[in-house]
Design a protein around this ligand. Structure first.
Ligand code: ADP
Ligand code: MG
Length: 263
């Protein structure tokens, strides 16, 4: 089980007078086998934190370490280590090639392991992964359009898991889905957390969703962590006024998402 650590990470976009600091000195630790939730309003820098963790952005300063290895520099060691951090995005339709059978998309995830896999083993592994996310393995040949939104998101989760990630980064993965299927995806995630001992950075603007899957929570505002602690403490009795305001903006926690009964 792996350990992901952000230390004083700054991400600045643009130069001079138009420069904008999206992430302003974030430090946080995703402990082995646990889920660290990152919550904050739109524009607070959450996605930039996710993108910098998988190498889609380069930090202006600061360090990100996976099991002690700096994954932010240009070295080959960093590049290989970065492959072990896999991301699931908000919009599964945009994340999947519409012409590619979903089994082939999942098989692409296997490449990140760096191991050669023959066709028979690859197909077996794809079936196993489809089964793991509760989809019919016989549908590996279908294109994404033949699946529902929630099913497509489960396919992108299977693709990320194919890479045998040390850490999974999930950025608003239920935000584009119908409320009725959000719970299905979240319950699957909880099941995978306990079955696979996943280490996860879970990002959402929705406190109820974050609370449902997270062990620890960091609240971000304007690119800074304003509050951090055990999920239940932070989200039941927040000490920071911003977190209290976020809590108030959710009328009744979990009411819209009937989480426990969703599966
Ligand atoms: P969140 O995911 O919390 O909504 P983001 O990380 O997407 O926030 O964005 C944080 C801030 O950084 C926003 O003000 C956004 O406009 C800005 N930003 C994000 N990406 C870029 C970029 N590539 N170039 C310039 N500004 C960006
Ligand atoms: Mg975002």
């Amino acid at each position: 089980m792996s350990h992901l650590e952000f230390q004083d990470v700054v991400v600045r976009f643009g130069h001079g007078r138009s420069a904008h600091t999206a992430v302003d000195g974030v430090s946080l630790t995703v402990r082995p086998g646990t889920t660290h939730g990152l919550v904050g309003e739109s524009g607070s820098g959450k996605s930039t934190v996710a993108r910098v963790a998988v190498g889609l952005e380069t930090p202006t300063s600061g360090v990100i370490r996976l099991d002690g290895v700096d994954i932010t520099d240009r070295s080959r060691t960093a590049k290989l280590a970065r492959r072990r951090v896999q991301m699931v995005f908000q919009d599964p339709m945009a994340a999947l090639d519409p012409r590619m059978p979903v089994g082939s998309s999942i098989a692409e995830g296997l490449l990140a392991t760096g191991r050669a896999v023959n066709r028979v083993d690859r197909e077996a592994r794809v079936r196993e992964l489809l089964h793991l996310v509760h989809l019919d393995p016989a549908r590996a040949g279908d294109v994404p359009a033949r699946f529902s939104g929630g099913q497509r998101q489960r396919i992108t989760i299977a693709r990320a898991l194919a890479a045998e990630p040390a850490v999974l980064v999930a950025d608003e993965i239920t935000s584009a889905l119908d409320v009725s299927v959000q719970g299905v995806v979240l319950n699957l995630l909880r099941e995978l957390q306990s079955e696979l001992d996943l280490t996860m950075l879970f990002i959402s603007h929705n406190l109820a969703v974050v609370r449902y899957v997270s062990d620890e929570v960091s609240v971000v505002r304007g690119g800074r962590v304003v509050e951090h602690g055990a999920a239940d403490d932070v989200l039941t009795d927040p000490s920071d006024p911003y977190t209290r305001e976020l809590l108030r903006s959710i009328p009744v926690m979990g009411e819209a998402l009937d989480l426990e009964d969703a599966i």
